[in-house]
Design a protein around this ligand. Sequence first.
Ligand SMILES: [Zn+2]
Length: 56
Amino acid sequence: MKETYCEWCGSVLLENGRCPIEDCVQNVILDALADAEGEHTTEDTKDTKDETSTNA
Ligand SMILES: [Zn+2]
């Protein structure tokens, strides 16, 4: 099994690609990316719902 090291602090990354150091930049970046994607998806779903009720 190949271990991946955090490029910020050098810790061995977890299986999901996160750094074991909760405050590490690696996690901040991952969270920001997930946040951007999640926000978009949530907004999209909400928009669709709103549109339906507004049109009706
Ligand atoms: Zn790290």
